[in-house]
Design a protein around this ligand. Structure first.
Ligand code: URA
Length: 262
């Protein structure tokens, strides 16, 4: 319990318990009671709330069917095992991002994880080390994982929409994401996660296809070929906007409840 409290503090969420009676709570930051049921969609079994996590959002989840982006024909990953996949990523030249990379960054974690977290693309430190989320945003992601009892390597796998660093940490372009998509698809096929958390808009759009607005997508359970997808803020955004960390915590609790009900 103490450890969990310190994890939440690390996430910058020490006041999380105060949210329960927070004055002026709005539709977006509801009080803490767990909803009787958090999801019903036509033809889909309701997602039943897990036993009262601290701030399980009382929002309705729906299950729109997402169609993954169509991958370009040039990268074929079907049938690859982990070694072949990581070798292919390391040697990839399918888009211009390979020209300036130090190292490609395939992903890290438990290859049999229930949870897959997908970010945007490697930054400077990740490019040097070949591991995703090792900078400041990564520290926050680690704290977020710990807050729900996960760690990189313990029931969680971390990957990115693109495996090579976009110059200057710019947002990856649609063509770069599309070129890299077969790698993510193969990672998903190999891991067979029970839930995917999209960290930020590019990851959400990669996983769900089409335009996604984070604030509109939060609190909804998307279906991606049978795997539920939850959308939340990117940790780098949360470093810039710490006032939204409590919402990210709500999203993680929502994902945990969805997983528990499956
Ligand atoms: N941001 C990301 O989206 N991914 C990383 O690996 C690092 C920072």
């Amino acid at each position: 319990m103490k450890r969990r409290a310190s994890m939440l503090r690390e996430m910058g969420l020490a006041p999380v318990w105060r949210l329960r009676d927070a004055p002026g709570a709005t539709e977006d930051s509801p009080p803490a009671e767990a909803p009787a049921s958090v999801a019903v969609a036509a033809g889909v079994a309701p997602v039943v709330a897990a036993p009262a996590p601290a701030v399980l959002p009382a929002r309705t989840a729906v299950l729109p069917t997402a169609s993954p982006l169509v991958a370009p024909a040039c990268v074929v990953t079907e049938g690859m095992d982990w070694d072949a996949l990581e070798a292919a990523i390391g040697a990839c030249r399918a888009c211009p991002l390979h020209e300036r990379r130090t190292m490609a960054v395939p992903g890290v974690g438990d290859r049999a994880a229930d949870w897959l977290f997908v970010g945007e693309g490697p930054g400077a430190e990740e490019d040097l080390r070949g591991e995703p989320f090792v900078g400041q945003a990564g520290k926050l992601l680690d704290a977020m994982l710990a807050a729900i009892g996960l760690a990189r390597g313990r029931n969680a796998y971390i990957a990115n929409a693109v495996k090579c660093r976009p110059p200057g940490n710019r947002t990856p372009e649609a063509a770069e994401i599309a070129a890299c998509q077969p790698y993510l698809e193969r990672q998903i096929a190999l891991i067979q996660p029970r839930i995917i958390v999209a960290l930020g808009r590019p990851a959400a759009q990669t996983l769900l296809g089409g335009e996604v607005k984070i604030n509109a997508a939060r609190g909804r359970l998307f279906d991606r070929a049978g795997i539920p997808v939850v959308v939340t803020y990117h940790p780098a955004y949360l470093l810039r906007s710490p006032q939204d960390k409590a919402k990210a915590w709500e999203d993680l609790c929502f994902a945990r409840a969805a997983l528990a009900s499956r």
